[in-house]
Ligand binder design. Structure first.
Ligand code: SIN
Length: 546
């Protein structure tokens, strides 16, 4: 066992984690980054479309960005936190430019802006056409190198360490299988989402929900896990993750066609609506893919050089061929409940970026709001840590904790006030992983295990869910859990994490007997005002103590 100690440990190295670490180091706070592969291995690095921000007034306004975000979020956004996002967002984009990031400009030298689904204006700043994430990630990493931040690459965080008064650090295992006990006053989870839970995803191999699973095991409140966003246009080719064809392409005139060559949806509606229409169309046609027609997108190759390269590598000529596409798991809208500064219900534990549920995405994230959220929350968490505070504030998503005994009427009144009640579902705490990590689980057995897991998640937990399917999924996952080995390596630990999240997702999806945003229940096709609540897992005492 090795021992290390820092004031703050950031887990994960995408936009949110890097931004937090940079801002902490600039305040001379002793900070380390723990990341399970290399620094650049993150969802940010493959993010395409861009960063939504109202950089100049030109008809567009922050209030309009706010209202677009709220409509995409289908009634479950936290208005206060979205206001923070759209107000501070443009300043954070300017900070990035100051750090050295280059965004695309138009002929007059102003930032070029793209339009994406759900946006009333073209307001998405981008780099390299649709290679924005790579520019953001590389600029942050370059800048980080000039600061005093310890970087622990190839360290896989397994468990949080905490007492009744809060976080004391975490356990991580290095590439050689040796455990390290890392003590810290604060742990910032910036571990991204859990797209790898699904057989079709655009999320990178790293997205196995490790931070979320650690938080669930420790009893930190986690919510909105039923809202898994499916991106409409993943290229339907072999392999995982599926290459994404950015929504920005539809903003430039790309059309969605069925097998008879007809359009069937307004391509610029929010992505939950487009994905749902695609699922209906595929069911009607009994097909597994539809088509994106980019033949009329002017200068496709020069506007989107990375996409041109991706589709050509897969054997398609974008000037001639229709591109086969299908919806794929893209983003987890829910996560570790966090106040507008990223503080969770477990004192000293923070969450920023995709792993967090701070209410900015609600039931469905607006396109290109995620890099933005990473920049804004990454900065805010560092500012707040610098004050020495450990506890979350009763603001944002924590504004209203609903005891189950509350009447529907009171809940409706509160949600009408823009405070979404937190409705407690139960505790998902479970044994730590650390004691079991060590020996390797046979790779072959793991492949079998994973294909069975994918059969369950793909069939019952993906875009459309039914009560019968959820019950069956729960049964299958319980059976699968029985087969987990006593001791395992990192890949097996990732499976344990994904199973835990899948179980929490099932509990939330079962309880949400309505369809809203990214969550579709076959028996309840409409949204129901009584479900304008956040369904929460975690230790009740911590939640009610905020
Ligand atoms: C895209 O480029 O379509 C993805 C952007 C996002 O997920 O916000």
């Amino acid at each position: 066992m090795k021992y290390k100690s820092f004031q703050v440990v950031v887990v994960g190295s995408g936009v949110a984690g890097l931004t937090a670490a940079i801002n902490l180091a600039q305040k001379h706070i002793d900070v380390a980054i723990v990341t399970k592969d290399t620094l650049a291995d993150s969802a940010t690095n493959i993010a395409q479309g861009g960063i939504a921000a109202v950089m100049e007034q030109n008809g567009d306004r922050k209030e309009i960005h706010l209202s677009d975000t709220l409509s995409a979020g289908a009634g479950l956004c936290d208005v206060e936190t979205v206001r923070v996002l759209v107000t501070e967002g443009p300043k954070r984009v300017r900070d990035l430019i100051q750090l050295g990031a280059h965004f695309d400009t138009d002929a007059s030298g102003h930032l070029a802006k793209g339009r994406e689904g759900g946006h009333s204006f073209a307001r998405v700043v981008h780099a390299g056409g649709a290679a924005t994430g790579r520019e953001v990630e590389s600029s942050l990493i370059r800048f980080l190198a000039s600061l005093r931040v310890e970087v622990l690459e190839n360290y896989f965080a397994t468990d949080l360490l905490y007492t009744t008064s809060g976080i004391t650090g975490l356990m991580a295992v290095d590439a050689l299988g040796e455990m390290t006990n890392i003590s810290a006053d604060y742990v910032i989870l910036a571990t991204g989402g859990a797209g790898q839970m699904f057989p079709l995803t655009t999320a990178p191999h790293q997205s196995t929900g490790d931070g979320l699973a650690m938080a669930l095991r420790a009893g930190a409140a986690c919510a909105d896990l039923e809202f898994v966003q499916f991106h409409p246009t993943a290229l339907a080719v072999k392999g995982q993750p599926k290459p994404l064809i950015s929504e920005a392409v539809r903003g430039e005139g790309g059309l969605l066609l069925d097998h008879s060559g007809k359009r069937f949806v307004d391509e610029l509606l929010p992505r939950d609506v487009v994905s749902k229409k695609m699922a209906e169309k595929m069911a009607e046609e009994k097909s597994t893919e539809l088509f994106l027609d980019v033949r009329n997108v002017e200068n496709f190759a020069s506007k989107f050089p990375n996409l041109d390269e991706i589709v050509k590598k897969e054997g398609f000529d974008p000037g001639v061929d229709l591109l086969p596409v299908a919806p794929a798991a893209h983003y987890l809208c829910g996560g570790v409940l966090a106040d507008p500064d990223g503080f969770s219900s477990l004192p000293g534990l923070c969450a920023v970026g995709e792993v967090a549920c701070n209410g900015v995405h609600g039931a469905n994230r607006l396109a290109s709001n995620s890099l933005l959220d990473g920049l804004v929350s990454g900065k805010r968490v560092a500012e707040r840590i610098a004050t020495g505070v450990k506890k979350a504030s009763p603001n944002g998503v924590f504004a209203f904790y609903a005891e189950e005994s509350l009447s529907n009427q009171v809940m409706l009144e509160q949600s009408a006030n823009d405070h979404i009640p937190l409705l407690y579902l139960g505790d998902m705490t479970s044994p730590d992983l650390a004691g079991r990590i060590g020996k390797k689980f046979h790779a072959e057995a793991r492949e079998d295990f994973l294909s069975t897991f994918y059969l369950t998640t793909g069939r019952y937990l993906a875009m459309s869910r039914s009560s019968e399917g959820l019950l069956e999924a729960e049964k299958q996952l319980n059976e699968l859990s029985e087969l987990l080995p006593e001791a395992f390596g990192r890949k097996d630990a990732e499976m344990v994490n994904m199973i835990l999240i899948a179980k929490a997702l099932i509990a939330s999806a079962e309880r949400r007997r309505e369809s809203r945003g990214a969550h579709i229940r076959e028996e309840f096709p409409d949204s129901d005002e009584r479900y304008r609540v956040r369904l929460v897992h975690g230790a009740k005492e911590m939640l009610s103590a905020i």
